[in-house]
Design a protein around this ligand. Structure first.
Ligand SMILES: [Zn+2]
Length: 202
């Protein structure tokens, strides 16, 4: 893998030793592929997603939808839910926490790089593996054998537009922060936000 020189303070010693990419088969799906990344032959992160964004493919880290508790019965509901799944009580579908620009945050990453150098390196490697897999699929044509992911196949295979929009917004925020703070020194919050009590539920 090519490595670009990175800020010494942020350079990382971790090595990506394997990336497995599984293409989705519906061309209308903005979710183009899943992948798993192995670090140092020792640690696997699964359910990274390659999403066809407005500026080309980008990598989404494994994430969960944020949730909160119903004020009446304490059941956990997704933040966009208009009614409680348990007691049916009315909920404000617009109650998600908002960033400084007033836009709601509905998802949080479960695993993510904590500095720009690692993030850039990881994303580059994943997008490259994705390109290689597409090429392999095209070459093999009807004989293409998708990577075996077993249980990964059971994971959700659609991403909603709101999530994609949220990811692209985060990316813009990161770029804006990098421009304003200079250098790639700012640490990242990834999915950001605090996972408040009982947050994250599907
Ligand atoms: Zn309830």
């Amino acid at each position: 893998m090519n490595r670009e020189p990175v800020d010494e303070a942020e350079s990382t010693r971790f090595r990506i030793t394997e990336i497995r990419v599984k293409l989705t088969d519906d061309p209308r799906n903005k979710l183009k592929a899943y992948c798993s990344v192995t670090i140092d032959h020792a640690f696997v992160v699964r359910d990274l997603k390659i999403i066809d964004g407005s500026k080309g493919p980008f990598v989404a880290m494994p994430s969960r939808k944020l949730a909160d508790h119903c004020p009446r019965c304490h059941h956990k509901n997704h933040l966009r839910a208009g009614y409680c799944n348990q007691c049916g009580g009315r909920l404000d579908p617009d109650r998600a926490p908002r960033d400084e620009r007033g836009r709601s945050q509905l998802h949080a990453d479960l695993a993510h790089p904590i500095n720009s150098a690692t993030r850039i390196e990881l994303h580059k490697a994943v997008v490259q593996a994705y390109a290689v897999e597409i090429e392999a699929a095209q070459r093999a044509g009807a004989h293409y054998q998708p990577k075996n992911f077993d249980d990964l196949d059971a994971l959700s295979d659609m991403v909603d537009d709101e999530y994609i929009e949220e990811l692209e917004r985060r990316q813009e925020e990161r770029e804006r922060r990098r421009r304003t703070t200079g250098a790639a020194r700012s640490s990242e919050t990834g999915g950001g936000g605090t996972l408040s009590s009982g947050a994250a539920s599907d």
